[in-house]
Design a protein around this ligand. Structure first.
Ligand SMILES: [Zn+2]
Length: 281
């Protein structure tokens, strides 16, 4: 898909598994397991599907997945599949880590910024040596001092080295990154997560990140138990799903193991899923 000056490409940096109950909040398993089957430990599969934007002078990566710094215990808990990784996936598009010019981080949860740093000679360094990283200032501040409830989701090794090296740029609020890319701030899942909107005069794609991890979560009450402010998530889903249905946006899903994209439409039952796509054609 081409939007404005950018060619859009899917990059799957890995897979993990999380508790199905936590992923679907108040929704009974009898309903969610129809679309997201659970394993023997009640876990459902998530992809970490990042997005690559390529133009003549920029190679932009949105989110960096889980990374490769996990110990064996965590690999077992989260069923991390180390066979897939960002470096080899980027190579499929003819790119090396050095080629990335900008890393847009939606938020600093470990499954979105795990690949931002790597261990080199016993020291944590930025994984993309020539990139400028961007995240919302308020999300960074929360990540440095999270609550006892959500501190397990913020692992400082994934972002503190970026600040120390002076490559993490803190964005304050909704801005236009350039003529095709803008940031949309949401606060239901965590504080100051930024969705990435890519648009030109005829097409719009929204990188939904953790507003809706799975296509099955287009339905309004399908909200994660992890969300800090679920009623804010309800408002945010309604707002952006209406834009998407009215203006025929493509929604990009970071965690759906099967589908990269979906469109939505108005129906007698409100806004519902329309078409799904496994990848850009
Ligand atoms: Zn998250």
């Amino acid at each position: 898909m081409q939007i404005g000056k950018y060619k859009l490409k899917t990059v799957i940096s890995g897979f993990l598994s999380l508790d199905g109950g936590a992923m679907f909040g108040i929704i009974p398993k009898a309903l969610w397991e129809k679309t997201n089957p659970a394993d023997e430990l009640n876990r459902v599969t998530l992809s970490t599907r990042n997005l690559l934007l390529v133009c003549a002078d920029k190679k932009i990566l949105i989110d960096t997945g889980m990374g490769n710094k996990w110990d064996e215990k965590s690999q077992t808990i989260y069923k991390i599949d180390q066979a897939v990784n960002l470096e080899s996936e980027l190579l499929k598009h003819g790119l090396k880590l050095e080629d990335i010019t900008d890393v847009l981080l939606t938020h600093l949860h470990f499954d979105h910024t795990g690949g931002s740093t790597k261990l080199e000679n016993g020291k944590l360094v930025p994984a993309f040596p020539n990139a400028k990283y961007l995240v919302q200032k308020k999300n960074f501040e929360w990540a440095m001092n999270p609550s006892e409830r959500d501190k397990g989701s913020y692992i400082k090794d994934n972002f503190e080295p970026l600040i120390k090296e002076g490559v993490l740029n803190l964005v304050d609020g909704e801005i236009d990154f350039d003529e095709n890319i803008s940031f949309k701030v949401i606060n239901g899942h965590t504080f100051s997560q930024q969705m990435i909107k890519i648009s030109d005069s005829s097409n719009t794609l929204l990188y939904c990140c953790d507003l809706m991890p799975f296509v099955s979560q287009i339905r309004i009450p399908y909200i994660m138990g992890y969300d800090l402010q679920p009623l804010i998530t309800v408002q945010e889903k309604k707002k952006y799903l209406k834009f998407a249905a009215d203006e025929n946006w493509h929604l990009y899903f970071g965690h759906d193991p099967n589908y990269a994209l979906a469109t939505v439409k108005h129906s007698g039952k409100g806004i519902v899923q329309d078409k799904t796509f496994k990848d850009f054609e």
